[in-house]
Design a protein around this ligand. Sequence first.
Ligand code: ADP
Length: 439
Amino acid sequence: MKLGSKPGLSASAWRGLLVQAALAVLAALLVGELTGHIGVGLAAVLGALLLRQLYLLQRVLVWLQGDRVDLAPDAGGVWGDVIGLIMRLFRRKQYHKRRMRQLLRELRHSTAAIPDGVVMLNPAAEILWFNRSAGELLHLRNRGDVGLRIDNLVRRPEFVNYLREGDYRSPVVVQASDLSEQYLHFQIVPYGAGQLLLLVRDVTRQAQLEAMRKDFVANASHELRSPLTVIAGYLETLSQDEALEPGLSGPIQEMRRQALRMTAIVQDLLELSRLEAEGAVPRGEPIDIGALLAQLRDDLRSRKTLAVEVRLAAESTDRLVGEEAQIHSACANLLENAAKYTPTGGVITMRWWSDAQGGHLSVADTGIGIAPEHLPRLTERFYRVDAGRSRASGGSGLGLAIVKHVLQRHGGSLQIESEEGRGSTFSCHFPVSRLLPAA
Ligand code: ADP
């Protein structure tokens, strides 16, 4: 049968079959009438018809079981139509298969051309597929490594923790090996039924630039500290000099204030640099947060210029395990801000409590508050809602950046709620792993 023949069960084929059967039966009846054996004649004719259909059926079956679909039996009639239909289905399947193959090839070529590494992982984190860049960046072997767990091949602890913790909202940057200068940026994207797409990028250049920037800020701050101390010291002596011309007293006071502000900025920059250089606080000592806050409250109350009420609610006796100097600095910064931005008659409330989620520390004030559009940017360095006001009150613009870094180093997070004109609440949340019940 030709491949191009028209498919479909045609009426003429049916008619042909029926006419053939009717003629055969008629002939059988005629021969039977003449010979006197109608039954034998009919049985012989019907048997022959059945045999022919069985023979054709067998040929179709042999054809279907073979590999050569193009060598269809030339059956004609109804069987020809059936074969035509089967071939139509087959050609349609072939067409879709070809298209899928072509699509897959294009997909492969395009992912291979992506400069970023892409690794497909199953829910057990075993490698299903990876592109060329991923192979180069992670030193994966094409055949040998498919089916192996990715954390058996990429063993950096930061990456292994990232993969196992299952919180893939933010990426992680990892040094390729202890001796290597290379830094890799990993981002996991979950998809389908628990499958994971691992995206890898070489960020060595960005990491080097970032390190240079941090070094520069740390060195510049360090170098500025000594001359500033000398200038502030002399200005202090000068301002106390009784023989000073009256016209000079004002400018010298202002110079002293500005020198102190610069000293505060340099100190904050140095503190930030130190926080950035250190990794996460490994463990630290148990800190009595209630006592620390009480100390800060007393220091604040002893300020003569302050006209706000300071309250403390230490509801938990749990200790926070961490670096005391850093936690003290974070709390002091939050309290300093609350005092700075709360007008006379306001109230500042400090709270420490713990629950199933972990430890929580908050500093709430009834001050000027912050408009919602500023909230996401408050922890950026030198970001101020009102630069003039902040400078006038001696702010460096680095306080909240320091708080954020301290919390990150303790596995915690900062939450800011505020309403303009009504006040703000800065809450620090620490994980349960950082809590220790009081002895
Ligand atoms: P600054 O030294 O300027 O206070 P911070 O980083 O500590 O710098 O704070 C950034 C900005 O956030 C401040 O300039 C201020 O506008 C705003 N801010 C911080 N704390 C409060 C608060 N308790 N009430 C109102 N605004 C605040």
